[in-house]
Design a protein around this ligand. Structure first.
Ligand code: FDA
Length: 394
């Protein structure tokens, strides 16, 4: 069978690319080994899919080449995707500023993409295994479980490695290496942290509690909620900081991001010397966390009146509150990570068409490429934008 374009991966980028290529009159086939299209879309955003972020800029992406994403993001902007979902009658809500979620279900996004593919005459073959991808003269040939397929162009949109139970594989990286392309080391991003024994037990006791914090690692800071869980630390602040955290490194967590604790504590000691430190903590944190802090640091005995604290002891508490140092044991890994950091070196790709320089019959789009967004709808915006740029130029 001969196709103009064969796309590997019926996920976010693959379906978007397929519809765009189909609208240009090309014969397009999408292959996926999963039994359903868009599985990650369905599970995203807690089942409501945070499908874009109105504030998307290239600064919201990690990549060894921060300029690579600019062209595609400029060409296909969040408003374009909003216009698409509105045309398909998808209702949505802006949960936090800029972050758009489906009002009902992520199924609406998959329905939109599949309808677009249908209108564009795209064929989709699910539960199909790809054994080999080769160059045959000016074209490409795929050996698959549905037979040998000839294609003018092969677009690899097989995504990253996160959540293998949802169908994630390293096929895209293998194809890239087969064609001599560099693949940067991959690691899980937007992933909860695990803690070692003592801290794991402490976090488990607070499981379900969420507090606003500023979390930092390296040179990056994120102002978002932290969530204590049975296994460690999660919530937007932890997911965000996990993408920049290096194993072995400590996190710095500001539990009082709007307050200079050293100043506040000294002022409180002066104005209300009989007030106990535990009362002061209780006014700032949920009861469970205030109590936990007192138990975690008993040597500082927070039941004492503030007047009994010397400057050094108050400063120690302030440091703990404004710059709590915590060394995670690790992360939950690919099992729960939302994204893959690293991937195919973008230097070998055209930022306009996503074709491999010197081999225009082969293209890579979406998460398999070394472009990874922060939390908040940026990763889907990248999938849509890279899919459109590639699909329209196939
Ligand atoms: P995607 O993973 O969507 O698609 C890849 C496709 O390739 C899959 O259908 C897969 O089955 C197929 N495939 C893989 N290996 C194959 C093989 N060997 N043979 C054939 N087919 C193969 N982002 C965001 O912006 N907002 C959000 O709310 C969320 N939420 C979220 C929650 C969770 C739990 C996860 C895991 C991820 C998110 N994300 C997100 C990230 C987002 O899902 C992700 O960045 C995009 O789906 C990437 O789109 P791609 O098309 O590149 O890969």
């Amino acid at each position: 069978m001969i196709y103009d374009v064969v796309i590997i991966g019926a996920g976010a980028a693959g379906l978007m690319c397929a519809a765009q290529a189909g609208y240009t009159g090309k014969r397009v086939l999408v292959l996926d080994h999963a039994n359903k299209a868009g599985k990650k879309i369905l599970m995203s955003g807690g089942g409501r899919c945070n499908f874009t972020n109105l504030g998307t800029t290239p600064q919201h992406f990690y990549s060894a080449n921060p300029y690579f994403c600019i062209s595609a993001l400029k060409r296909y902007r969040p408003e374009h995707f909003v216009e698409l979902v509105e045309r398909h009658g998808v209702e949505y809500v802006e949960k936090t500023p800029g972050q758009l979620f489906c009002a009902t279900s992520a199924k609406e996004i998959v329905r939109t993409l599949l309808t677009e593919c249908e209108w564009a005459g795209v064929e989709i073959a699910l539960s199909t295994h790809i054994n080999r991808v080769e160059q045959k003269g000016d074209a490409m040939q795929l050996t698959t479980s549905i037979g040998t397929l000839d294609a003018g162009v092969v677009v690899v949109a097989s995504g990253g490695l996160s959540i293998p139970t949802m169908g994630a594989t390293g096929l895209g990286y293998d194809i890239a290496r087969q064609f001599g392309l560099e693949v940067f080391d991959t690691r899980p991003g937007l992933v909860p942290f695990t803690l070692s024994d003592t801290w794991k037990a402490r976090a488990a006791e607070l499981s379900g509690l969420s507090v606003p914090v500023t979390a930092s690692a390296g040179h990056r800071r994120f102002v978002d909620p932290l969530l204590f869980t049975h296994r460690g630390l999660s919530g937007p602040a932890m997911l965000q900081v996990s993408s920049v955290w290096q194993p072995g490194e400590s996190l710095t967590i500001d539990l009082l991001p709007d307050e200079h604790a050293a100043e506040s504590l000294r002022q409180a000691r002066e104005s209300t010397p009989k007030r106990q430190l535990s009362t002061w903590l209780g006014e700032r944190f949920p009861k469970r966390l205030a109590q936990a802090l007192m138990e975690w640091y008993p040597e500082q005995n927070p039941a004492r009146p503030l007047a009994q604290y010397a400057n050094a002891a108050l400063d120690e508490w302030a440091e703990r509150l404004n710059a709590w140092q915590l060394k995670p044991a690790g992360t939950e890994g690919w099992r729960t990570a939302e994204v893959t950091m690293g991937g195919i070196n973008t230097d070998v790709l055209s930022s306009k068409t996503f074709e491999v320089k010197g081999l225009p019959q082969l293209r890579f789009i979406g998460e398999v490429v070394d472009v990874t967004g922060e939390l908040g709808g940026y990763n889907f915006q990248w999938a849509w934008a890279s899919g459109v740029a590639c699909g329209q130029s196939c």
